[in-house]
Design a binder for this molecule. Structure first.
Ligand code: SF4
Length: 205
């Protein structure tokens, strides 16, 4: 069920936890992750497939989600699933009222909602981003699973706003094969930087 047209009082929540952001521009920063349930993008290599069916997860009052976030620092990362399946105006405005920074990780497959300090757009071939997310993204993070993904990444870089920082990140299960290729690619195309899943190397959730 897509509910992107109005503010919600409750949202389907798969999990929330305080950890270190392992990827992209905010790598190394302590952050409280709010993983919303629901995703119909269908990446075959997805490592959170248990998030896809929102009906398998409880719906939690936004007040309660924000109250828990308040106990865990000043930076929240809202992720999924695909968080933009839900209207995020109410959640993000309440977080901001508490002085909490709002970051999001999204495939961009739905129209933008919410009030954001930082948007990481990680586009997927199966359901391309909306223009609203290309325009607002602060960071473009493209996942490299095979060599064709470099072509896709360049197409996405041409569509995102010019201020967005550009990252390439190897898909974890392909790192032995593709990381050397990625390193050479970035050396030859230095507008990109490498994002590594440092939390996996550090063995933190
Ligand atoms: S968009 Fe994210 S949660 Fe959805 S299938 Fe792809 S990797 Fe998984």
């Amino acid at each position: 069920m897509i509910n992107n047209s109005r503010s919600n009082e409750k949202l389907p929540l798969m999990e929330a936890f305080y950890t270190i952001q392992g990827e992209g521009f905010y790598t190394g920063h302590a952050a409280y992750f709010i993983r919303l349930a629901g995703c119909d993008v269908g990446c075959h290599w997805c490592d959170v497939k248990e998030s896809w069916n929102e009906n398998l997860h409880p719906t939690i009052a936004i007040d309660e989600i924000v109250a828990q976030a308040e106990k865990h620092g000043k930076l929240v990362v809202i992720t999924g699933g695909e968080p933009l399946m839900w209207n995020l105006d109410a959640l993000t405005s309440q977080l901001k009222q508490k002085g909490i920074q709002t970051n999001m990780e999204t495939s961009g497959a739905y129209e933008l909602s919410g009030f954001w300090d930082w948007i990481c757009l990680s586009p997927k071939k199966t359901k391309l981003p909306t223009q609203s997310v290309y325009d607002a993204a602060n960071e473009l993070k493209c996942i490299i699973y095979n060599k064709h993904d470099f072509t896709f990444a360049e197409e996405q870089a041409a569509r995102v706003n010019k201020a967005a920082k550009l990252y390439l990140q190897v898909e974890w299960s392909k790192k032995d094969e593709m990381l050397p290729v990625l390193i050479e690619y970035v050396k030859n195309n230095p507008k990109w930087a490498i994002s590594t899943q440092t939390h996996k190397y550090l063995d933190i959730p």
